[in-house]
Ligand binder design. Structure first.
Ligand code: NAP
Length: 299
């Protein structure tokens, strides 16, 4: 039987590392696009399956080379993005133009396209969400066989995003800053559940042409999330609750010196709850959110 194969962008990121582990454990051959030789070597040592796993040096912002990478066709799982946690290359440059380059290369090879977007594209409140929504439009209009997943906030071991950063900040400063009175609502999804859903989309072409919001089962406030993360540090930390008006004032001050940081913070301080959660379609086992968060973020 022929080994199933896929092409992964963003394999060095938080979700990408987990996804590659899941794919390889199912004996799916993976070719990962990486920008940096050291990162590529680290990923190859982590996977340790030279027959099933290869890296290819390239950058989404440079169209040249992408077609050579995809030469043999197959399924592309597009995770790479400039994210609020790592925005340095610019949302539009990577998320919109990079996706355009990748789609153009995929069209020439008639590849299938699994696009990892974001719940931020469902209700756009800032530049990141807008760039993810625009990237979806490119995929939808490409004529490719596609499926778009819009994950909610993703959590799990190795998270360098929002929860990982809050947890590290609490650990380092022993201060838990809780903006907006802790009222914002989230519906975090475990990284392993997201990876399982991606695997099911990979295996089932009938999911083609759909845009699926995917979130965890539980809705939790930011205040509750930070409470669990404080517990996870195992140290005494001081909660510092900023009321919504004080939060606005702080954001205003930040904006005077760093307007982009203000926009980023503002975008992360909006409710992120799925209107139509596709999670039940994937038939995954229920998780205890508090327990999983403690497991993922405890020191
Ligand atoms: N984490 C979440 O809570 C969450 C929630 C919803 C949706 N998502 C989506 O899920 C996907 C993965 O998120 P993540 O948290 O794993 O992100 P991440 O940790 O920030 O990783 C981003 C990845 O994109 C790669 N990348 C960035 N610019 C690139 C470029 N120009 N060319 C090639 N690769 C580039 C990075 O490579 P380098 O290592 O070389 O920088 C890295 O592998 C993203 O599309 C994100 O929008 C994430």
């Amino acid at each position: 039987m022929k080994t199933p194969r896929c092409f992964v962008t963003g394999g060095t990121g938080f979700v990408g590392r987990h996804l590659i582990r899941h794919l390889i454990s199912r004996e799916i051959a993976v070719s990962a696009l990486t920008r940096d030789q050291d990162q590529a070597s680290a990923l190859e040592s982590m996977v340790a399956r030279p027959g099933l796993f290869h890296t290819f040096n390239g950058d989404l912002c440079q169209a040249e080379g992408l077609q050579e990478w995809l030469r043999d066709g197959g399924t592309i799982i597009h995770l790479a993005a400039a994210t609020p946690a790592h925005p340095s290359s610019g949302y539009r440059r990577v998320n919109v133009e990079g996706t355009r380059h990748l789609c153009a290369a995929a069209q020439r090879c008639r590849a299938r396209f699994i696009h990892i977007s974001s719940l931020n594209a469902s209700r756009v409140t800032g530049a990141y969400g807008q760039s993810k929504l625009d990237s979806e439009d490119i995929v939808r209009q490409s004529g490719l066989d596609y499926c778009i997943l819009r994950p909610a906030l993703v959590y799990g071991p190795g998270d360098t995003g929002m929860l990982g950063r809050i947890s590290a900040a609490i650990r380092n400063t022993r201060l838990a800053i809780i903006p907006n009175g802790g009222q914002n609502r989230f519906q975090p999804i475990h990284v392993d559940d997201l990876c399982e859903a991606i695997l099911q989309v990979f295996a089932d072409p009938r999911l083609g042409g759909r845009i699926l919001e995917i979130a965890g089962e539980d809705i939790i406030t930011l205040g509750e999330l930070i409470g669990i993360l404080r517990q996870g540090t195992g140290r005494c930390s001081l909660p510092f609750i900023l009321s919504p008006s004080l939060t606005r004032a702080v954001l205003h001050c930040v904006g005077m010196f760093q307007p982009q940081t203000r926009c980023r913070l503002q975008e992360s301080l909006t409710d992120r709850v799925a209107a139509e959660n596709a999670l039940p379609e994937f038939g995954l086992a229920k998780r205890d959110l508090a327990q999983e968060l403690l497991r993922a973020y405890s020191s």
